[in-house]
Each structure stands twice: as C-alpha cells, then as structure tokens.
Design a protein around this ligand. Structure first.
Ligand code: PEP
Ligand code: MN
Length: 337
C-alpha cells in the first residue's frame, strides 16, 4: 500500500501515523520528494481500512498495490484448490457437470431428472428449493419439502446435492445438502457469508449481476476468513446494455479468475443465456477456456416447468451435450500435456 501525503504535513500527525502503522506490524519506507512525502507499506495490509487513512488531514491519497483478498489469492496459494464432494471432486483439471431442474417440483420430476443426468455423466444434482424470484407472485419453490425431495433423489442416485440458501435461518435444514449455493442476489449478504464461513460444507458463490471480480473474490474471502476454505465461484452472466439474452456470459471471467485465484471456477450457461438453444455453444466456450465445472438446468418437461423452462435442456439434449463436453475437455487436456 502506498500513502501519498499532502504538502508540508503536520509533524506530530505524521509521527502518530507512523507509530500507528508500525503498531500494526508494518514496515514503513519513507520517500521524500521535492514537495511530497510518500509512505510505502510492507507487510499484510489486508486488514487496513484505506478509507480511514484517506480521511486523515495529512493524507492526500492511498493506493493499494496488493489485492485486498488474501485467502482467495493465488499469490499466497499457487496450487489449484480441489474440493472433494462425495465421490466427485471439483478443481485441478477435472470437468464436473452439475445438472438438474431450476426448481424441485415433484418427487417424480426430481428423481427422473437425477437418474437421467447421472446416466449422462453429471456427478452432482442441482435443484432449487428456496427460489429467489423477481415477482412475489411467481412460484417461490417448495422450501423444506423441496429439500426433502432432493434428499430422496440423492438416496436413489447417490448424486450429491447443490441447492441455494436464501437466509441464515434456513441453514439447519441443509444437513443433507452437499454444496450450499449463494445466489447472485445474495453475493453481498455479508451476514450470510460470515455464517457460511463457520461451517465446513462447500459454498458455491454465484456472481452478482453487477459484481466486479474483486468484489466477488471479497465475498469468497468472507467465507474463507471464517475458516471454510471450500469455496467455488460461479459465473452466471452479468447485466449489460444487451437485452437479447437474459444476461451476458462474461467468458473472460474464467481466465481472469484463474490468474487471480486458486478456487474452482464454474459456469452457468443456463442463467447466462436464458435460452436452451444457447446453452451448448456457451458450454463449449467455457470448456474451451478451461472451466472446472458447468451447472446446467435440465427438465423432463420444460414446457410445463414452474420456473425457467425456456432455458432448460431436455435430458436427451443434455446427454448429447455432456458427451461432447467431456470429449472437448479431453482434447484440450491432451494439447496441454
Ligand atoms: C439458480 O441457480 O437457480 C439461480 C437462481 O441462479 P442465479 O442466482 O444465478 O440467478
Ligand atoms: Mn433457474
């Protein structure tokens, strides 16, 4: 971190700033120019409040030269994080497919979809029980009954479950859930993130509609700072000026996050596009960019789905896509070896 002081700073204020910084365990390098003094801080500045320092009378501006996230930062953890979930794992060169309906609707539906996606090579079952809907009049999910049906499908197929939590109060119901999803709308629900940091189930954080990479990684940092290092990041499209697609898949997120963090990266082409016909090409692109996993909406009767039928693949289409994605992934890996 670099602190640029105003011209002719008050001596005693400068001395107390220096003492305060040294008290925080930081080394301070002082450069005196012709008109300005610049302080270069060496050490862990992650917990320093830049706003607090900027507000001091003698300070002109403060610049971070290091990222404010530490646990999620590849610089401090060069190897990819691999998270084991049941018999499957995510990260470190695998391609993990998570698939299932937007919402759990009935036992028949979730069990049929779970069996189908498993047969196609998916190793995790997605399905929403608590649904964040724009309209309060839209289907809100089956709630705890949805979780019960997910557990039934897990028992039938052995597939681990990924499902969304919307509120801290729901956590006691998540005992049988394997990966807790934090949806786009809750990415900065810091109280929720803090609580998820105190338990050890993997947490998948979906990018918010207007979340920067740094904000996203800071949300991961909230969970990791609490002790839970099992965090997965999911790009699900951001809001841009384009309205033809539901959101705009930010494909750059994959190589950029790969550079910035060691955490596994997942892409959700279903919510990115909002259109079943776009799911396959966007999935191909994500695998081409080296993604660790895809989360894809699959429904056995999309025309009658209670939520997101338009973007849901039929099991047969998912089967075809999964085969191609595994082949593409193998091909790319062979080029890298
Ligand atoms: C979902 O995965 O069901 C969902 C609501 O996703 P998002 O939070 O990305 O909108
Ligand atoms: Mn959905």
């Amino acid at each position: 971190m670099i602190i640029v002081l105003k011209e002719k700073p008050n001596k005693s204020q400068l001395e107390s700033l220096l003492l305060w910084l040294e008290d925080k365990g930081l080394q301070v390098h002082i450069s005196e120019g012709t008109s300005r003094i610049i302080l270069g801080l060496v050490g862990d500045t992650a917990t320093l409040d830049t706003d607090l320092i900027s507000a001091l009378d003698i300070v002109d501006n403060v610049k971070r030269v290091q990222e404010p996230y530490k646990n999620a930062n590849r610089k401090f953890h060069p190897d990819d994080t691999v998270i084991t979930i049941g018999n499957t794992s995510i990260g470190g060169g695998n391609l993990t497919l998570m698939a299932g309906p937007c919402s759990v609707e009935t036992e028949e539906q979730i069990v049929a979809v779970a069996k189908a996606v498993k047969a196609s090579g998916a190793t995790m079952l997605r399905g929403g029980a608590f649904k964040p809907r724009t309209s309060p009049y839209a289907f809100q999910g089956l709630g705890d009954d949805g979780l019960r049906l997910l557990s039934l499908a897990k028992k039938e197929t052995g597939l681990p479950i990924v499902t969304e939590i919307m509120d801290i109060s729901q956590l006691p119901l998540f005992d049988d859930v394997d990966v807790i999803q934090v949806g786009a709308r809750n990415i900065q629900n810091f109280n929720l993130l803090k609580v998820l940091g105190t338990q050890d189930k993997p947490v998948m954080i979906k990018r918010g509609m207007s979340t920067t990479y740094e904000e996203w990684l800071m949300s991961a940092e909230y969970v990791m700072a609490g002790g839970n290092k099992n965090v997965i990041l999911c790009e699900r499209g951001i809001r841009t000026f384009e309205t033809y697609t539901r959101n705009t898949l930010d494909i750059s997120a994959i190589p950029v996050l790969r550079r910035l963090t060691h955490l596994p990266i997942v892409v959700d082409p279903s919510h990115s596009a909002g259109d079943a016909a776009l799911v396959a090409p966007l999935s191909n692109a994500a695998v081409g960019c080296g993604v660790d996993g895809l989360i894809i909406e699959v429904h056995n009767d999309p025309e009658h789905a209670l939520c997101d039928g338009k973007q849901s693949l039929r099991p047969e289409a998912f089967d075809k896509l999964a085969k191609r994605l595994f082949a593409l992934h193998q091909f790319i890996k062979a080029q890298e070896d």
